[in-house]
Design a protein around this ligand. Structure first.
Ligand code: ADP
Length: 550
């Protein structure tokens, strides 16, 4: 593009013709695409596993994120190559569907691309490779089904669930207190889960964080936590058996509007107006008290005078509470669990009161205990709404030394919550530490011989690509990758056991059953399916037309 000016000095843009676009075709296009995909995978490779490295990413406005979560790293990298964007999308899909395994899926896709490149150089047609990969992925997914085990747990026996969440957390920065966090995640999921229907609504789990304290102080609250305090410091800090009026309308006397004319020319008139305003608000307070409210939670604010009056009349209030929080409070304190329906796509509890006149005793939310807690030496206070009538809403309250730790803990907790949810939906597991991949690799390799066509080369390449996960795990733990992998592989074949993996933490055994390293079956299957899908898509591109850069 070029900028030019006409005879009147007006600017216009000259766009070059189609012919000026850069164009890559055939093998050249394949190679360029593959190397872009591989470059993204190479970045994530060092982050895989319990000994994986973290990445530090600086945003455009100077904020820093330290993480080893694949989806977050790619999200923040701001890549502009289209193939690289596909890899970012791949990680995101895994995050949406499963929530965990976001690094692994990209590493696997990168390795599949690398193997495909070798086959292309040998002269195999990309479509043959794509077909071979498809067959191999089916074999691998079926094999995973065969080696998977049922995982028994119940509300009284949560240990298996905790162990699985611990595997997820062991590769994160929060590794130090993985046991506590895993227990919190499992209890939170069980609190909102419907075990017979095998359904978990993660929206009912709120994750809050506040800088200060230790990671160990992170707690699970059976209720809602609101980052607000009582509107007046002298209001009670603890209310038992609270009856809560949840208002989205202003809780103060109506202000005179500018389009009305009010003439106040004497002191008396001013006094009368003031008294009327006060009386109006007094009646509002009285109405709340009459219907039995012991706490008012408002979306809007009220002025100091109103605040003073509320304190005087002994009606505690909380102001400026956000819409999302109000909805959660309404759901949690709703004893009838009666939801009116959808407004603007969001759930509205039956007891949010949009107009003051509509306030009735049935619309009050009920909570066993509402308390205000202060933190540290600052004036930071938070409101705990606990023992709610509808107990199906919980909050995980994260504490940590700084904002980065809290943000990373939030991401790690999210992964753990997803893993627990996946297990409730489907309680099959496979063993981690690369053992499932090695086992699949052996099965796929063996199956390759049964195919008479050229696909068998692609199938074998797929088997080799699966080895990339245990290799990366070994490499990141400071082990010799090739030697470790070959030792473990031969052990699996010799002993016919699928549980041998990479002993990343140097525990002394490579039996992943003994190390309690599990992953969910659906998560692992999804990784293989998604990675294959993306690689097939990349292999089918043989012409890349893009605008030239100036
Ligand atoms: P992802 O984002 O893909 O979950 P992680 O960095 O969490 O990536 O690493 C997950 C991999 O690390 C999995 O293959 C898992 O089996 C493996 N892993 C986790 N904990 C251990 C452990 N204690 N020993 C060996 N492998 C482990």
């Amino acid at each position: 593009m070029a900028l030019a000016f006409d005879e009147f000095g007006r600017p216009f843009i000259i766009i070059r013709e189609q012919g000026q676009k850069t164009r890559l075709r055939g093998l050249e296009a394949h190679k360029a695409n593959i190397s872009a995909g591989k470059a993204v995978a190479r970045i994530l490779r060092t982050s895989l596993g319990p000994k994986g490295m973290d990445k530090m990413l600086q945003g455009p406005d100077g904020d820093v994120t330290i993480t080893n979560d694949g989806a977050t790293i790619l999200e923040q990298m701001d890549v502009d190559n289209q193939i690289a964007k596909l890899m970012v999308e791949l990680s995101r899909s895994q995050d949406y569907e499963i929530g965990d395994g976001t690094t692994g899926v990209v590493v696997l896709a990168g390795s599949l691309l690398e193997q495909a490149e070798r086959q292309l150089e040998r002269g195999l047609h990309p479509i043959r490779i794509a077909e071979g990969y498809e067959m191999a992925s089916r074999i691998a997914v079926e094999h995973l089904e065969r080696i998977a085990q049922k995982f028994e747990f119940g509300e009284s026996n949560i240990e298996p669930l905790v162990q699985t969440c611990m595997t997820t957390l062991s590769s994160k920065i929060v590794n130090r207190c993985k046991r506590d966090l895993a227990e919190i995640a499992v209890r939170a999921v069980l609190a909102v889960a419907h075990l017979e229907r095998k359904d978990v609504n993660l929206d009912l789990i709120k994750v809050e964080g506040k800088v200060g304290g230790k990671l160990e102080d992170t707690e699970l609250i059976y209720g809602i936590l609101v980052d607000k305090d009582m509107s007046h410091p002298q209001m009670p800090k603890r209310i038992e058996d609270a009856k809560i009026a949840i208002l989205t309308c202003p809780f103060e006397p109506p202000k005179p509007k500018t389009k009305h004319k009010v003439d106040i020319d004497t002191v008396e008139k001013f006094q009368t107006l003031r008294q009327q305003e006060q009386k109006y608000f007094d009646e509002m307070v009285q109405k709340c008290k009459d219907i039995g409210a012991t706490l008012v939670i408002c979306q809007w604010g009220f002025d100091d005078e109103a605040n003073h009056l509320l304190m005087h009349r002994n009606l505690p209030a909380v102001r400026w509470v956000g819409g999302v929080e109000l909805e959660l409070i309404a759901i949690a304190t709703d004893s009838s669990s009666f939801l009116i329906g959808l407004t603007n796509g969001a759930f509205v509890g039956g007891r949010i009161v949009p107009r003051f006149q509509e306030l009735t005793p049935e619309k009050l939310g009920k909570a066993g205990l509402v308390r205000e807690k202060s933190f540290g030496t600052t004036k930071d206070r938070m409101l705990y709404i606990e023992h709610c009538a509808n107990s199906k809403a919980v909050t995980i309250f994260i504490r940590g030394g700084n904002k980065m730790v809290i943000e990373e803990t939030k991401r790690s907790i999210h992964d753990a919550l997803c893993v627990a949810r996946n297990l409730i939906r489907n309680n099959s597991i496979v063993y981690g530490g690369g053992s499932a991949e090695i086992s699949c690799s052996i099965a796929v390799e063996a199956a390759a011989d049964r195919y008479p066509g050229v696909e068998q080369y692609a199938i074998r390449a797929f088997a080799d690509a699966l080895d990339a996960i245990p290799m990366a795990l070994a490499e990141n733990s400071g082990l010799q990758p090739i030697e470790t992998l070959s030792a473990v592989k031969s052990q699996q074949i010799k002993e016919n056991n699928h549980y041998c993996g990479i002993d990343c933490n140097d525990v002394g055994t490579n039996d992943m059953r003994e190390q309690n390293v599990f992953e969910t079956l659906i998560g692992k299957q999804q990784q293989i399916l998604l990675a294959t899908q993306v690689v097939k898509m990349i292999l089918k591109i043989d012409d890349v037309i893009s605008p030239s850069e100036y």
